[in-house]
Design a protein around this ligand. Structure first.
Ligand code: SF4
Length: 293
C-alpha cells in the first residue's frame, strides 16, 4: 500500500476498488504486522478518548492551568447566555461546542487525541461526534471515517507539514479541517476523489492563517480556531457532496500551503512574537501569566 501523493492514493483506491479508509487499514496492517481487528480496535480506543474529551469539555467546569480559557464550550453547548435561537443552526452550534470543549480539555492537561496536533485536536471529534448524533450512526462508520482522515493527514505530513511552528495555523487547523472533511465525505457515501476535493477545499479556505498563540500557550486563539475549523470541515464536505469540486487539485493545494507556510516570518510560526500574541492585550496577558520576564 505505497503512495506518496493524493493522486497515487486515488489510483490505488481505483485499482483496488477500495475506499481511502480501506487502503489505510491495509497499510496499517502491512506496516505494523497487526491484524485488521487489532488496528480497528486501536482506532476505536482513540475514538473513545475523543468522545470522553468532548463530553468533559461541554459538561465540566474546566479552567485551563493558565486561567486563560475554560467554560466557553459549556456556555455554547448549554446555550445559557443566548437570547435567540442558534444563528448557525443547532447542529453547527453543537459541533462548534464539541470542538472547543476538546481544546479546553487539552489546556487543562486532560487527555485528547492529537489529530493531527493538540492545537487542532477539537476539529475531527467536533465534526464526527456531532454528525454521529445527528444521524444516529454506529461507531463503526466513524472509525472508518477516522481512517479516511488519517490518509489525508499522512499525505499532508509527507508532502508539507501539520506543525504550526513550521507552517502556521493553516498547517494545524487547516490540516485537521481537511482530514475531517475527507472523512465526512466518505462517511456520507462520497468517493475517494470527492474526499480529496473536500480536503483541498478545506485547506484552501484557511490558506495563510498564521500561528500566534497568546503567551505561547495552545489556548487562544487556538480554541476559537477549532470552532471555525469544524465549520470549515462541514462546509467543505457539504460543497463536495452537492457536486462542487476543487479547481486546484489536492496535491497542489498541499504544496501551496507548504510554500505559504515556509514564506511566513518566524514571528508568525508559534514563537508568540507576532499576530495576536504581539498585541498590547496579548502582551499584557503574557505578563499576567508569566510575570514581566
Ligand atoms: S494558533 Fe498556533 S498553536 Fe494555536 S492552533 Fe493554530 S497553529 Fe496551533
Amino acid at each position: 500500500m505505497k503512495f506518496n501523493t493524493g493522486k497515487e492514493l486515488i489510483k490505488l483506491c481505483n485499482d483496488l476498488e477500495h475506499s481511502i479508509y480501506e487502503v489505510m487499514i491495509l497499510r496499517e496492517c502491512e506496516l505494523s504486522g497487526k491484524s485488521k481487528h487489532e488496528i480497528i480496535n486501536e482506532m476505536h480506543s482513540s475514538y473513545d478518548i475523543m468522545k470522553q474529551a468532548v463530553k468533559s469539555g461541554v459538561t465540566k467546569d474546566i479552567i485551563s492551568i493558565s486561567g486563560l480559557t475554560g467554560g466557553d464550550a459549556k456556555k455554547i453547548f448549554e446555550n445559557s447566555a443566548s437570547i435567540h435561537g442558534p444563528v448557525c443552526g443547532a447542529f453547527m452550534k453543537k459541533a462548534m461546542a464539541y470542538s472547543m470543549g476538546v481544546l479546553e480539555v487539552n489546556a487543562s492537561m486532560g487527555k485528547i487525541v492529537a489529530a493531527p496536533t493538540a492545537g487542532s485536536s477539537g476539529i475531527i471529534p467536533g465534526a464526527f461526534i456531532a454528525l454521529q448524533e445527528e444521524y444516529n450512526l454506529h461507531d463503526e462508520k466513524l472509525i472508518k471515517a477516522l481512517f479516511t482522515a488519517s490518509g489525508v493527514g499522512l499525505l499532508i505530513s509527507k508532502n508539507a507539514t501539520v506543525a504550526g511552528a513550521e507552517g502556521g495555523c493553516q498547517a494545524e487547523t487547516g490540516s485537521a479541517a481537511a482530514m475531517a472533511a475527507a472523512g465526512i465525505v466518505e462517511l456520507m457515501g462520497g468517493s475517494p476523489e470527492e474526499a480529496l476535493h473536500a480536503a483541498a477545499i478545506a485547506l484552501k479556505n484557511i490558506l495563510g492563517l498564521v500561528c500566534d498563540p497568546i503567551a505561547g500557550l495552545v489556548e487562544s486563539p487556538c480554541e476559537k480556531r477549532n470552532g471555525l475549523g469544524v465549520s470549515n470541515a462541514l462546509i467543505s464536505a457539504e460543497m463536495v457532496l452537492c457536486g462542487v469540486t476543487s479547481i486546484i487539485p489536492f496535491d497542489e493545494v498541499v504544496e501551496a500551503m507548504y510554500k505559504v507556510g515556509r514564506s511566513l516570518p518566524f514571528e508568525l510560526k508559534e514563537t508568540a512574537l507576532g499576530g495576536l500574541a504581539a498585541t498590547p492585550t496579548g502582551k499584557n496577558i503574557k505578563i499576567q501569566i508569566f510575570g514581566d520576564e
